[in-house]
Design a protein around this ligand. Structure first.
Ligand code: FAD
Length: 321
């Protein structure tokens, strides 16, 4: 097996999103004796290219342009399409992030390719690749093989391991000139909604509150617990609908899909639509005063009791560690 796989790196605030390196890890499995080629699109991104090589890319192609300073679907599609036309790859991988979910289908339709989205694992045996992705809100998994054409997929963050970083790895970094123009979207400002600054979809610890929080002001006890655990705060839709927090925090079928190492569900019932967004978390801890709450069915650890009593105690204990 010898394939050329492009991995589109994603940069936010001057830093790579870790899923970029997980994409390289996946591409290494797919490419066999072939090549894993990192792709970086942005305004001044070349300085970051070597990091993709340290995580396993054989070489990196950058496209730099003023019109790529912020993600826009048209700008990034133009740039990425030019890279694909130059490289003629066997496969393309992106993170299943807000950017990847927007960019991948647009590019797929432009280049006439299929797309496998939201891949959580792969079975690779020689030339045969089976992509595994959740369906029916995470109640089942389907296996997909690509019979012909490009192997084009988005991969869910925190599921496919990245390679170990090795700063002694070397590889070429080349730039491609693309005239990115006629954009219909101009990003004027990016407003962040996570209080901790940690991106929910990549957080390794998430403390999530539900309607049981009873008020916006009470979310501060979740902020405090998340802070000691270096995590992010999420929410159920019940909490968002009740205006306790912003919809940017919503986790679930119609919110964000997360896969942290530790998910602490506080005062939320575990409705199927919520569980769809967090059931793949490695360890789930539920705090609920109702011992019959559905969330306990998927929890690894359950604490039955009043969250207003338990959460501050947990925070105090973790502070001692
Ligand atoms: P509730 O179900 O009201 O649960 C509150 C929990 O808090 C209860 O279990 C209660 O025992 C507990 N509690 C109360 N007080 C305390 C206390 N003092 N201490 C400890 N525990 C306490 N929901 C999502 O979350 N994400 C989605 O993406 C989503 N998408 C949806 C899409 C569709 C099409 C539909 C129809 C619904 C969707 N929902 C989604 C809504 C979902 O069905 C539930 O209504 C919602 O998740 C309930 O939120 P909750 O668990 O916070 O509230």
């Amino acid at each position: 097996m010898s394939k050329k796989i492009l991995v589109v790196g994603e940069i936010r605030d001057g830093e790579f999103r870790h899923v970029s390196f997980e994409g390289i890890g996946a591409a290494k499995q797919l490419s066999g004796d072939g090549e894993t080629v990192g792709v970086l699109l942005g305004k001044s991104v070349s300085a970051l290219a070597n990091k993709m090589i340290h995580f396993g890319a054989d070489r990196v192609i950058t496209v730099e342009h003023d019109n790529l300073s912020q993600y826009t679907p048209e700008g990034f599609t133009q740039a990425l399409q030019a890279v694909v036309e130059q490289e003629n790859p066997d496969g393309i991988l992106l993170g299943h992030t807000s950017m990847g979910k927007d960019l991948a289908p647009k590019l797929a339709s432009r280049i006439g390719s299929g797309l496998v989205s939201d891949v959580v694992s792969m079975e690779v045996s020689g030339d045969d690749v089976v992509f595994i992705r959740p369906i029916y809100s995470g109640k089942a998994f389907e296996k997909i093989t690509v019979e012909e054409g490009l192997t084009f997929a988005t991969i869910r963050p925190n599921n496919i391991p990245a390679l170990e970083k090795d700063e002694s790895r070397t590889g070429d970094v080349a730039s491609l000139e693309v005239d990115v123009k006629d954009l219909q979207t101009i990003i004027k400002e990016v407003v962040k909604n996570t209080s901790s600054g940690i991106d929910l979809s990549e957080a390794s610890v998430i403390v999530s509150g539900g309607r049981g929080m009873k008020g916006e002001e009470n979310f501060k006890i979740l902020d405090e617990l998340a802070e000691v655990l270096n995590g992010a705060v999420g929410a159920s839709r019940g909490a968002c609908d009740a205006e306790y927090c912003d919809y940017a925090l919503q986790i679930g079928q119609t919110g964000k899909v997360v896969t942290p190492d530790l998910y602490i569900a506080v005062g939320l019932s575990g409705a199927i639509q919520h569980v769809a967004g967090m059931s793949n978390s490695k360890i789930i801890v539920a705090i609920n005063k109702d011992p019959e709450a559905e969330i306990f069915q998927i929890a690894d650890y359950g604490i039955v009791g009043d969250l207003f009593d338990i959460v501050p105690k947990l925070t105090a204990e973790f502070k001692k560690v």
